[in-house]
Write a protein that binds this ligand. Structure first.
Ligand code: DAH
Length: 344
């Protein structure tokens, strides 16, 4: 529709439409578009104003103020809107004005792993890793666990293939074998540790999960004894729990250590929380021993001595934070996790 100077009603219509668009626009881009189309250098109102010169004096007196009025009104509204947008932008980037939000916290499992890295690094241990999907050789064969060993039963192990050559690692002790293999041609002492996932087709109760983590460590040094192993583990526990821990070492059997021990920490349930306590009951927290000579011989170290240990990370965390059910650590109940963390 062609607008003419004789059409004041249509000017008003344009003005009203423009006001509506400006007020409702959600983006600075569409605001600039309206501005260019109406009052920009070759905008509609600008062009109409430019054409005023051709009109009679009487028409000029009428259309001049009318068009200038529209121009000023639109220009003021656009300025106000621009101001509004720029304030909103400021609010977005000015962190001081951000509304209070609930920011995340580090999970206690991650925090505990970080603490263990610090403890081990401080006493000169190297970190070693192996894959979660492991060769049966590293997980069982090389650890003196023959094919008919009960732990190799299908009920405990998740095999990856029918030929059972690969599995989901059932013990981080597999990393110990990878480590010994890597130094089989080198004559050097070793202080190393690993922390990683293990998987077992175990019963699913408050203290067992089909996936959990183990802390595994080894010291290969001439002359190490069970006495050193015991002293070392007491030091490790004290550093992790930041207090003295009453522990007990009970003779046990692992095919890859001789002698072997199970390690127990004294704990009890108090006010619904599992806590370390000298007058509590012994709770198993891991195994340890002197590495079997056949294993050291397998990796070209017939005259070496070494001790090793493997601990359940979640058990340690449960004892430290008073958690009765291992699944509380992994069921993603944010409030429950926060309460656990704050209770320390
Ligand atoms: N791998 C054993 C387990 O999962 C724990 C263990 C026992 C690890 C004795 C060791 C060890 O390194 O020496 O039950």
């Amino acid at each position: 529709m062609k607008l003419t100077y004789n059409d004041p009603e249509k000017y008003e219509l344009i003005q009203n439409q423009a006001i509506e668009i400006i007020q409702e626009t959600k983006s600075i881009q569409s605001l600039h578009k309206v501005k260019a189309e109406l009052i920009g250098e070759s905008g509609f109102i600008t062009n109409e104003l430019k054409g005023l010169g051709k009109l009679s004096l009487e028409e000029k007196k009428f259309f001049g103020p009318l068009l200038n009025g529209i121009k000023n009104k639109i220009s003021t509204l656009i300025k106000e809107k621009e101001e509004e947008f720029s304030q909103k932008n400021c609010e977005k980037t000015d962190f001081g004005l951000l509304p209070e939000t609930d920011i995340g916290l580090k999970h206690i499992v991650s925090e505990s792993i970080e603490l263990l890295h610090t403890i081990f690094n401080n006493i000169g241990f190297e970190f070693f890793e192996g894959p979660d999907i492991e060769k049966t050789y590293y997980n069982f064969d090389a650890l003196n666990m023959p094919e008919d060993h009960p732990a190799r039963d299908n009920n405990d192990t998740f095999y990856m293939s029918n030929d059972k050559s690969e599995l989901l690692r059932t013990q981080v002790t597999a990393v110990q074998i990878r480590l010994l293999e890597s130094i089989s041609r080198i004559n050097k002492d070793i202080r190393a540790y690993s922390i990683g996932n293990v998987f077992r087709n175990d019963s699913h109760d408050a203290t067992h999960s089909c996936q959990f983590q183990q802390i595994e460590g080894i010291i290969l040094e001439k002359g190490v004894t069970m006495q050193h192993l015991k002293g070392f583990l007491e030091y490790l526990l004290e550093s992790f729990f930041e207090r003295k821990v009453k522990v007990e070492f009970r003779p046990s059997f692992f095919p890859f250590t001789e002698p072997s021990c199970e390690v127990f920490a004294y704990a009890k349930v108090e006010n619904g929380k599992l806590i370390l306590s000298e007058d509590g009951e012994p709770l198993e927290i891991g195994g340890c021993g002197i590495i079997h000579p056949t294993i050291l011989e397998r990796f070209n170290k017939p005259n070496a001595q070494a001790f090793a240990f493997g601990m359940g990370l979640e058990r340690w965390i449960m004892l430290k934070y008073g958690i009765k059910n291992i699944h509380s650590l992994y069921n993603n109940q944010i409030n429950e996790l926060k309460n656990i963390k704050n209770s320390l």
